[in-house]
Design a protein around this ligand. Structure first.
Ligand code: SAH
Length: 401
């Protein structure tokens, strides 16, 4: 088997079970290592450390998958990891229409693999060469374990490019759904009344079809929306607005730069809260917030859930300016005592940095801002304690005076 020899002193993070080996930590690649292959990693003193998957074209050259020397990364390993991931969600996704992330990459010990369940359909992402190579095995295992109607792949273009992979999109197995798939999002509250049902566009939607990580936060933010005028910024398919409308919001303004997203949002709010007072705005949030400030429009709740602004360390400063800008504008639009629910899904923006950015916005807006709740990703996106990077979604729920 080919192997990796680390530079001296670079074994520490592996010993602490962090799953990434960066190219800068590598002294030598020994043997004929093929992209996607299983590879052993040794410390500079020759000690065996761990085994993982080789990504020749990535900055993260090895993603570790086992710390047991006797454990081959074969089909039985893949099956046991999938079984474990499913067992960990058994209490969450028990109903046929549930939507839930079933596999969350490194955090489930399956680096480079995402599996999302949308009712009877699965949507997967193979984000490293090793998972692309094992795609057929994966499909066979998922079919055997979950008996889905169909499996889609939506491998994230940005990550694929970084890994030197060609993004793969479309139906992998089974038959396509007729139109949109109707799903029940995860909920933390015990079921009251009829469940929320959301439309997911499996073939043409963003990411794997939906932003599952926000399911609990949709509910949590809605608590503050009773009789409120709500601005749902970066709304996508309207998850926050659906929950707000069900909680009795008086009016909702949904903003997104994607017309397809707004169509989904309109349908979702209409189906879950018939007669709700909604305004759908197609455009750029940065411009629209400025326009609203000029018009002196005011809201009781503003939600900011932008896409990832920081894609690499290089973009961090620009990302920070972007976050500050929208948060400052949002605060200016809030009535005294209003609620700002502000999120960042950029893994590179650490929680304390995000809080500092929002604090900077509060200072410049000359508003007194209290942090009342910290929010994170829903529990189907577990955080592996040895891999802090798996905690990527940060939300601050603030009262703005
Ligand atoms: N809040 C959503 C998820 C938002 S994802 C939910 O809970 O499901 C981010 C959204 O921002 C995407 O729908 C994308 O189309 C939109 N978007 C990206 N850039 C934008 C911009 N500059 N202005 C407005 N919307 C934007």
């Amino acid at each position: 088997m080919p192997s990796i020899l680390l530079r001296s002193g670079r074994e520490r993070s592996l010993q602490q079970r962090h799953p990434w080996v960066f190219s800068g930590a590598i002294a030598a690649v020994r043997g004929n290592a093929n992209n996607g292959q299983s590879i052993d990693v040794y410390a500079a003193n020759g000690e065996w450390l761990a085994r993982g998957f080789y990504s020749a074209n990535s900055q993260i050259q090895v993603r570790l998958a086992t710390w047991e020397a006797e454990q081959p990364l074969d089909e039985a390993w893949l099956q046991s990891r999938l079984t474990r991931a499913l067992a960990g969600r058994a209490h969450l996704a028990s109903q046929p229409h549930h939507a839930c992330r079933l596999v969350f990459s490194e955090a489930d010990g399956l680096p480079g693999l995402i599996v999302d369940r949308y009712g009877q359909y699965l949507s997967i992402q193979c984000l490293i060469p090793a998972m692309v190579e094992r795609r057929d095995t994966l499909i066979a295992l998922l079919v055997e374990m979950l008996a889905p109607e169909g499996i889609y792949e939506h491998s994230d273009a940005e990550i694929c490019t970084r890994e030197g992979l060609t993004p793969h999109e479309g139906l992998l197995w089974g038959r396509p759904p007729e139109g949109h798939v109707l799903v029940e999002p995860l909920t933390r509250a015990s079921a009251q009344g009829s469940p929320t049902v959301l439309r997911v566009d499996l073939a043409g939607g963003q990411k794997t079809g939906h932003y599952l990580d926000q399911a609990y936060n949709h509910e949590r933010v809605a608590v503050y929306c009773h009789q409120a005028e709500v601005l749902d910024g970066f709304c996508y398919s309207g998850g926050f607005s659906v929950a707000a409308a069900r909680a009795g919001a008086s009016r909702m303004t949904l903003i997104d730069s994607s017309a397809a997203a707004l169509d989904l949002a309109r349908a979702n709010v209409g189906a879950n809260a018939p007669g709700a007072d909604v305004e759908l705005v197609d455009g750029d949030m940065f411009q629209i917030l400025r326009q609203y400030r000029e018009q002196a429009r005011r809201f009781d709740v503003v939600i900011l859930d932008p896409p990832k602004f920081a894609h690499s360390q290089r973009h961090l400063e620009r990302a920070a300016r972007g976050y500050k800008d929208i948060n400052l504008l949002a605060m200016q639009l809030l009535r005294p005592g209003g609620i700002l629910a502000t999120f960042s899904c950029s893994g590179l923006v650490a929680p304390d940095l995000f809080q500092k950015i929002v604090a900077g916005a509060a200072r410049d807006a000359r508003r007194e801002v209290q942090l009342i709740e910290r929010l994170t990703q829903s529990s189907d996106h577990p955080v592996l304690l040895t891999f802090p990077e798996s905690e990527y979604l940060k939300g601050l729920l603030c009262r703005v005076w």
